[in-house]
Design a protein around this ligand. Structure first.
Ligand SMILES: [Fe+2]
Length: 357
């Protein structure tokens, strides 16, 4: 019984701290974190809960290995690293401070290293069980450090509101339940009311008192970089995306069909090219139907917040392949989401956006 408790309690404790930490991260993960400039090495969001679950398990077993033999000398060090782990969540996500987060995670690195050195001399198995955690922490320290260095205006982005917001949300041209079952009301609520709103709120906060204040959204996208570019471009991308959807299944207008056949060979060929680019895009981003200066149509994948406008192309329509666009309805089945999206395209809006014909 004693042995069982020696393992069970630390594992339970690690998961409890992890669960409370995840709760603290809640809104920031939706509203603040996506708009940050992050390292290109940042793994897909789904990897984080998987990695942490495994690490918490190993962390608990490591403590259990010590405690089951009656060795409690390391308990304080183990609890200290758990506390620092939780504090990191509070500083980084709840207070939205990459700087304080960095301090916490550096302290956590030291505590975990001390734990490994201490246990290695007593029970090597307990030390080895912490090695994956140490490696993950070194990587997490790099990710946190990258965010700290590349997001100087983060404090501005945390401010709750600005007096006269420059940009307003475009209204959805349909009700939030109108695109179900392809796109559920819940997905549209989070996508429109949380993600899109967060990008536009951040853009409004970041332009205050800067030369970007008097510009149109398109001008801000073309002239900014860093965190302002990420938020302004994501605002624009989402506007094109939401305005380009319709609950009424539409046929491709003849003039557009003619252009598609001219540039892709057939409508089926275009569908194949667009679908395969959307399913195949690695990580987060968008896939566009765009028009170049000669009026030719192209399928253009872009990473993260990038927009074809930044490459002298005119965006006509887009699919959002960030996980937040489909995960509630389709989990990891992006191909099913893309298939559904093809039935929601408002082809009349695509025609309206043509510029060079
Ligand atoms: Fe999105």
């Amino acid at each position: 019984m004693k042995t069982f408790l020696a393992y069970f309690i630390p594992i339970l404790l690690a998961y409890a701290v992890g669960a409370i930490g995840a709760y603290v991260q809640g809104d920031a993960l939706v509203e603040w974190y996506p708009g940050l400039v992050k390292s290109p090495a940042t793994p897909p969001a789904i990897l984080f809960p998987i990695a942490w679950s495994v690490l918490y398990l190993l962390m608990g077993i490591s403590a259990g290995t010590m405690l089951s033999k009656g060795d409690v000398s390391v308990l304080r060090l183990w609890l200290l690293q758990l506390l620092l782990n939780f504090l990191w969540s509070v500083m980084f996500f709840a207070l939205r401070s990459p700087f304080l987060g960095l301090i916490c995670i550096l302290a956590l690195d030291v505590a975990v290293m001390a734990y490994i050195i201490y246990t290695a001399g007593r029970r090597p198995a307990a030390a080895w069980l912490f090695v994956p955690y140490m490696l993950w922490l070194i990587f997490a320290t790099y990710l946190n450090g990258y965010i700290y260095i590349n997001n100087h205006n983060t404090k501005v982005a945390v401010a709750k509101s600005v007096a006269n917001p420059k940009f307003s949300m475009v209204p959805l041209p349909y009700s939030k339940d109108a695109l179900a079952p392809i796109m559920s009301e819940r997905t549209l609520y989070y996508h429109y009311d949380k993600h899109y709103k967060s990008y536009i709120d951040n853009t409004n906060r970041l332009v205050v008192g800067t030369p970007f204040d008097g510009m149109t959204l398109e001008e801000v996208v073309l002239k900014s970089d860093g965190i302002l570019f990420n938020n302004a471009a994501q605002t624009l991308n989402h506007q094109i995306y939401f305005e380009g959807l319709t609950p009424v299944r539409k046929v491709i207008p003849k003039e557009l069909e003619h252009l598609i056949i001219r540039d892709f060979g057939s409508v089926e060929e275009f569908n194949r090219a667009f679908t395969s680019a959307s399913v195949g895009l690695f990580g987060s981003g968008w896939v566009w139907l765009a028009e170049n200066g000669d009026g030719r149509l192209l399928v253009v994948p872009t990473k993260d917040a990038d927009n074809p406008m930044c490459h002298n192309l005119n965006p006509l329509m887009c699919i959002d392949v960030w996980e937040h666009a489909y995960y509630l309805d389709y989990q990891n089945r992006r191909a099913d989401f893309v298939k559904g999206y093809m039935d929601l395209i408002d082809w009349d809006k695509v025609v309206m956006r043509l510029k060079y014909q």
